[in-house]
Unconditional design. Structure first.
Length: 313
C-alpha cells in the first residue's frame, strides 16, 4: 500500500475511533475496542517500566493512581528489570478487573515455557489477558520463534490451556511485523508508531497496513518519543529509563501523541516514567484529532528530529 493511500484510509478510521472514544462517560478515560469479542481498553496503557526500580510502596501508589484514573491495561516484560516483581503485588488488588499483557523475549520452546511460568509467578496471576512475542526484529528472530521447537509453540499451547486469552507480538521492524502477521492470526500487534518515525523515517506504514488487512488490533509504542539522545550521559540524566529522547513539552506532546491516537489503534503505551505517563493521560482525556494547521505545525517541527527507527527501503 502506498503511503498516501494508507494515510487516506487511516484518517477515516482514526476519526471513527475518536468518535467512539468520545462516547465514553466524561469522567472516564476514553476506550476503544480490542479484538473481536467486545473487549475495550483505555487509549493509554500503563508500561511496566514505570514501576521498574521503584520501591514496593511507590509501585503500589503508581498502579493505584493509574487505575483510579481509568487505566486498567498494563503491559510488562521480563526484560524490564524488576518490573514484574514490582507490578505483581501492586496490581494484585485490581487483577480481576484489569487487562494484563506480558511478553517473552525467548525464541525456543524450552526457555519460553520456563519464562512463561516465571512471569505468571512473579505477576501473581494464573493467566495473562495478552501474551506477546517480544521485539521481533530480524529474520533470525522469525525463523527461531516460528520454526520447529520455537517459542511460538509455547504461546499457542498457552492459549489452548487458558494461560492467556490473546496472543500478540511486538516488533521493531516493518519486515518482521509483516512476516509474523502472515505466519499466524495474531490478536494484536504492539509497534512503535510516532510522528517522527512515520513522517521522517517512513517507518510503520507496512506494519499498520498488514495488521489492518489481517484484522489484528494495533497497540502503539513511542507515541511520546521524539528522537535519539545526544551523545552525552548528562542528556539522559532526567530520564534514565528511556533509551530514546521522550517529549516533555506539553504542547509538542499533545501534537505528537494526538498524531499517534489519530491512527487506527486501540491504545498507546507512553514512555516508562511516571511524569511521561501523567502527561499522556492529560493529553488523552482531551484528545481530538489534529486539524490541518496542527498537522502542518507538527510536520515542521519533525524536520529537526532524528528518527529512532527508519524504513529499510
Amino acid at each position: 500500500m502506498k503511503r498516501r493511500e494508507f494515510l487516506t484510509s487511516t484518517l477515516a478510521a482514526g476519526l471513527a475511533a475518536a468518535a467512539l472514544a468520545q462516547e465514553a462517560p466524561m469522567a472516564d478515560l476514553p476506550r476503544r475496542p480490542y479484538g473481536k469479542d467486545g473487549v475495550t481498553l483505555p487509549i493509554i496503557g500503563f508500561g511496566g517500566i514505570v514501576v521498574m526500580n521503584e520501591t514496593p510502596e511507590d509501585a503500589a501508589r503508581y498502579v493505584s493512581a493509574a487505575y483510579d484514573q481509568g487505566v486498567d491495561y498494563f503491559d510488562v516484560a521480563p526484560t524490564y528489570g524488576n518490573a514484574e516483581e514490582r507490578l505483581g503485588p501492586a496490581l494484585e488488588p485490581y487483577r480481576d478487573r484489569s487487562f494484563l499483557a506480558c511478553k517473552t523475549e525467548k525464541r525456543d520452546a524450552a526457555e519460553g515455557r520456563a519464562a512463561l511460568e516465571n512471569s505468571l509467578r512473579l505477576l501473581r496471576t494464573d493467566h495473562f489477558d495478552l501474551y506477546q512475542l517480544h521485539s521481533l526484529t530480524t529474520d533470525e528472530d522469525i525463523e527461531r520463534a516460528f520454526g520447529p521447537g520455537g517459542v511460538m509453540e509455547v504461546a499457542v499451547a498457552a492459549k489452548e490451556q487458558g494461560l492467556t486469552r490473546y496472543l500478540g507480538f511486538s516488533a521493531h521492524s516493518d519486515e518482521a511485523a509483516v512476516r509474523a502477521l502472515e505466519l499466524y492470526d495474531f490478536d494484536s500487534i504492539l509497534f512503535p508508531l510516532n510522528c517522527v518515525t512515520m513522517m521522517k523515517g517512513d517507518f510503520g506504514y507496512r506494519a499498520l497496513a498488514k495488521a489492518q488487512e489481517k484484522g489484528a488490533s494495533i497497540l502503539a509504542l513511542k507515541g511520546l518519543a521524539w528522537g535519539r539522545w545526544e551523545a552525552t550521559a548528562q542528556a539522559r540524566s532526567d530520564k534514565p529509563k528511556a533509551w530514546y529522547q521522550p517529549i516533555t513539552d506539553p504542547d509538542l506532546g499533545r501534537l505528537s501523541l494526538s498524531y499517534t491516537l489519530g491512527l487506527p489503534i486501540t491504545a498507546a503505551v507512553p514512555p516508562g516514567d511516571w511524569e511521561s505517563f501523567e502527561l499522556a493521560l492529560s493529553i488523552a482525556r482531551g484528545y481530538q484529532p489534529l486539524n490541518d494547521e496542527e498537522l502542518a505545525r507538527l510536520r515542521e517541527r519533525v524536520q529537526f528530529a532524528a528518527p529512532i527507527f527508519e524504513s529499510g527501503g
